[in-house]
Design a protein around this ligand. Structure first.
Ligand SMILES: [Zn+2]
Length: 326
């Protein structure tokens, strides 16, 4: 790590070698990462061993005909939507969501409490075709960024998951992504491993309650990672993207046929985790699962809705030139 800093003084942060994004010297080995077949098999194993606590269903089929699988855990009134790998080449989101599903089916006190108070709808692999091709977008009928398709709904994946969203009416949603390289935290030379995305649309387009809930989810997330290893967190750049999945959930439709679903998701945020070599896979997966399980717990016991927002308010941005793309 120190080699990356040779010739760079903290008084001259604008001249970071290689620009704001540090490319990792070690690429992730796809063989160590859950693919579509692994996802099908693992979900089946979890379902069979869960004694009825986890059910696995398909929301539809992808452009190439793969099942769009999701797991449902819990029987509480509030629905929590967790999705991973809408971008096929953002590898570890799938394993992280599978790990969370397995944990939710377990015997811990937190998992029981969450199952009693929430219904968790978890999608480990939103974009199976893109994952198999190791690309960001879908493959057929078109190469489309599925996180820019909840306006045109050109892809079968988008229509299927919108219909599921409309059917289950999630109160909260979390979407996990990867940065392909690491920026630095603004004002420091710290490599930034985790970005928090509290807004995919401008707060002026959210209700006051949505913006509060998003910042509560974000603050709790940041507090969970504070002091965890060498993790340095930062805010994702401010964006206002209408056709992203979370944005459409917050805006409350309209859907593919123009109809109004009659509800809006109250809180919807995203994570961007640095993607590095396979030796770090366990650490990276924990960067997802630690905050996800904390947010689930707080949503289930209700403490989330009284949580402060100061941790998010105080959070620095990543240095200009974002390295992940939501
Ligand atoms: Zn992404």
């Amino acid at each position: 790590m120190s080699l990356l800093f040779v010739g760079q003084s903290s008084a001259d942060p604008a001249h970071t070698p290689g620009g704001p994004c540090i490319q990792d010297d070690q690429t992730v080995s796809r063989s160590s990462v859950a693919d579509y077949d692994d996802t099908v098999r693992t979900l089946g194993q979890i379902e069979r061993s869960s004694n009825g606590l986890v059910t696995v269903d398909s929301a539809g089929v992808s452009g190439e005909g793969r099942e769009l699988l999701y797991a449902t855990v819990g029987s509480g009134g509030d629905v929590f939507w967790l999705q991973g790998r809408i971008h096929g080449n953002e590898l570890q989101g799938t394993q992280a969501v599978l790990d969370v599903i397995r944990w939710l089916a377990g015997g811990s006190q937190e998992a029981r409490m969450i199952r009693d108070n929430l219904t968790v709808v978890a999608i480990p692999l939103y974009n199976p075709d893109g994952a198999e091709a190791n690309i960001r977008q879908s493959t057929t009928p078109n190469r489309i960024d599925l996180n820019r398709d909840w306006e045109n709904f050109a892809q079968p994946e988008s229509r299927a998951f919108y219909a599921l969203w409309e059917a289950v009416r999630p109160k909260l949603a979390l979407d996990v992504h990867h940065m392909s390289s690491a920026p630095r935290v603004e004002g420091t030379n710290d490599l930034n491993q985790f970005q928090i995305g509290a807004r995919s649309i401008s707060p002026t387009r959210m209700t006051d309650q949505q913006w509060l809930t998003n910042r509560q989810m974000a603050s709790l997330t940041l507090e969970t990672l504070d002091g965890y290893g060498q993790t340095h967190t930062a805010r994702y750049p401010d964006i206002d993207i209408t056709n992203a999945v979370l944005s459409r959930m917050l805006l409350g439709g309209p859907g593919p046929d123009g109809s109004d679903p009659g509800f809006q998701t109250q809180g919807a945020i995203f994570y961007e985790v640095r993607s590095v070599g396979q030796k770090s896979n366990g650490y990276l997966t924990n960067l997802f699962t630690r905050p996800v399980t904390a947010v689930l717990t707080a949503a289930a016991d209700g403490s989330l809705y009284g949580h402060g927002v100061s941790s998010w308010e105080a959070e620095p941005y990543a240095r200009s030139g974002s390295c992940g793309e939501f």
